[in-house]
Design a protein around this ligand. Structure first.
Ligand SMILES: Nc1ncnc2c1ncn2[C@@H]1O[C@H](COP(=O)(O)OP(=O)(O)OP(=O)(O)O)[C@@H](O)[C@H]1O
Length: 251
């Protein structure tokens, strides 16, 4: 096989780079019922491509977290379709969706959500244990992942003995330990100071983004913008703009 063909063979045929990893069409989501119904997402269309880091920005209460939760399969939607990593989330039964999420997606939140009584390595190993890996193997992979995020010397520390930036690194390691193709991040830098926020975004960009995967980051933090490839603006439940990020303008 010629080298080029061989390189192609590494990428699954259904998921070549530059095609949509996430395809959202006509997504509608409301909360409440009767007179108190609030329609938070009003017919959203959005594509997120393999190989990109997409920023989702917009006014507070505009629906960013709701959209992220729908894409992550955490939230049922009222209308529309959601295709994620080649699968229709809208048609998937809840159990299959939970499994799919655990195997193919990673999550990073503003709050690090680490379990306080577990060491850093144990926290990172949790997704692997849930998927049935033996504890020894899970911990060993957890430690390796912590090395990748620069915490090889902190694997046996409890979260309370780590700085905020280090705790978020543990959370990033936990999100990536399953080798997810879609990484969703909700305000990942909000609880961090400037330098730690920069380091976390570098990590998310460098480890989470690759030709066969993609990252979506909800953020208010303008210092994060330089790490994005495109920015989608969500206001009052609608995507009001989506554009590439001019890196030169940021420098
Ligand atoms: N479970 C829920 N029940 C009722 N209303 C909800 C629920 N979740 C979100 N909302 C409402 O949906 C709207 C959008 O919320 P969402 O958290 O998606 O916005 P956001 O753009 O992420 O805001 P922020 O930037 O402040 O985090 C808000 O008005 C919120 O009150």
């Amino acid at each position: 096989m010629p080298m080029d063909d061989h390189a192609h063979a590494q990428v699954p045929v259904t998921e070549p780079p530059s095609t949509a990893a996430v395809q959202v069409r006509g997504l509608v989501k409301s909360f409440g019922s009767g007179e108190t119904t609030v329609t938070v997402l009003k017919s959203i269309d959005l594509d997120v491509y393999f190989g990109e880091l997409l920023l989702l920005v917009g006014e507070s209460g505009g629906g960013k977290t709701t959209l992220l939760s729908a894409i992550a399969g955490i939230l049922d939607i009222d209308a529309g379709t959601l295709d994620v990593l080649g699968a229709s989330l809208t048609e998937m039964p809840p159990n299959a969706r939970t499994r799919f999420r655990g195997q193919r997606m990673g999550f990073i939140f503003q709050q690090f959500n680490l379990l306080p009584s577990l060491t850093a390595a144990e926290n990172v190993a949790i997704p692997l244990l849930i998927h049935g890996l033996q504890k020894k193997e899970a911990l060993s992979r957890g430690r390796l992942m912590l090395e990748r995020v620069g915490l090889g010397d902190r694997t046996e520390f409890l979260p309370r003995n780590l700085s905020g930036g280090q705790q978020q690194r543990v959370a990033v390691a936990r999100a990536l330990v399953n080798d997810p193709q879609l990484l969703v991040c909700d305000e990942p830098t909000a609880a961090l100071d400037g330098p730690n926020g920069q380091k976390i975004m570098e990590l998310i960009r460098d480890v989470g983004r690759a030709p066969d995967r993609c990252v979506i980051v909800v953020t208010h933090d303008s210092r994060v913008f330089q790490f994005g490839d495109r920015m989608a603006e969500l206001t009052d439940g609608r995507i009001v703009g989506i554009h590439p990020i001019q890196k030169e303008a940021m420098a």
